[in-house]
Design a protein around this ligand. Sequence first.
Ligand code: F6P
Length: 335
Amino acid sequence: MNKPDRKDMQKKITKIGVLCSGGDSPGMNACIRAVVRTGIYHGMKVYGIMRGYSGMVEDDIFEMESRSVANIIQRGGTILKTARCSEFFTHEGRKKAYDNLKKRGIEGLVIIGGDGSFRGAQTFSNEFDIPCIGLPGTIDKDIAGTDFTIGFDTAVNTAVEAIDKIRDTADAHDRMFIIEVMGRDAGYIALHSGIATGAENILIPERKTIINDIIESLQEKERRKKLVNLIIVAEGEEFGGANELSKFIKNKLPTLEVRVCILGHIQRGGSPTCMDRLIASRMGYHAVECLMEGKHNVFVGIVNNKMNYTPLNEAVKKKQRISEEWMKIVKILAT
Ligand code: F6P
């Protein structure tokens, strides 16, 4: 008799849940759409869970249809809303969540979020018999195991558009600007938008800010009458962000005209770019395939344009690393 293969032996998953957790990111809606429609295509029932893990704990769960996700691919934010849920940090909270899924017969979960959300999924799947698939939805791009995260491209393009505008007025007035972009723990938005806008300096949490070097470089530029300088600062940069830096520079170089612009949450909103819609659609589709194929407790990434699956327990340990080469490019090009 033929031995049944692994796939045949697996219990077929017929009901799945999808949620967004942590900070929202443009493309989350495209991703929900892909999960819902792929699940329905495979004959599953798909449940939307409101406000991340909070909806699981509070039983705010509803069945979705193909039409529930019509006309959302182009919209920022998330129709399922998102939240950070402290109750889910406790075993009691997670047990409550489990019971709410179980009573509906939900057998698999797709979690769209960042590394904190993956940590929750990892703990939950260790404790209970509901497999979890993570999808990297964060503008920060700070997850190892994927070249891009859902929302990063849109956020960077929003930042680039804003910085280009700032350069126009900076140039007209011969001023320097310090522009703060998002990234509490990660400098990718700063690095990508800074290189793309020809910034003179880029300060990120992953690198030490050597303030004397910045002052010396500004003095040198002042001597050769280069007065338009854009410094891009990630919000989590160690010196204290754009305002602190501006105070310090004004004090040291009183002849320089310095202005600050903090881009803030506009970077998290807006219609997703084509790139974000595409990766969200591909990742959402593959998340459902993972649940069906028994590829459980992984997060779905894309590396070199191919799907890449990283176990959740590895994903929560590793961070993306900023390459030295990129830092060198910044230095050489910003003269
Ligand atoms: O989504 C990630 C992120 O944008 C970080 O870069 C930022 O520091 C953080 O979220 C801010 O989140 P919130 O406004 O939700 O506190």
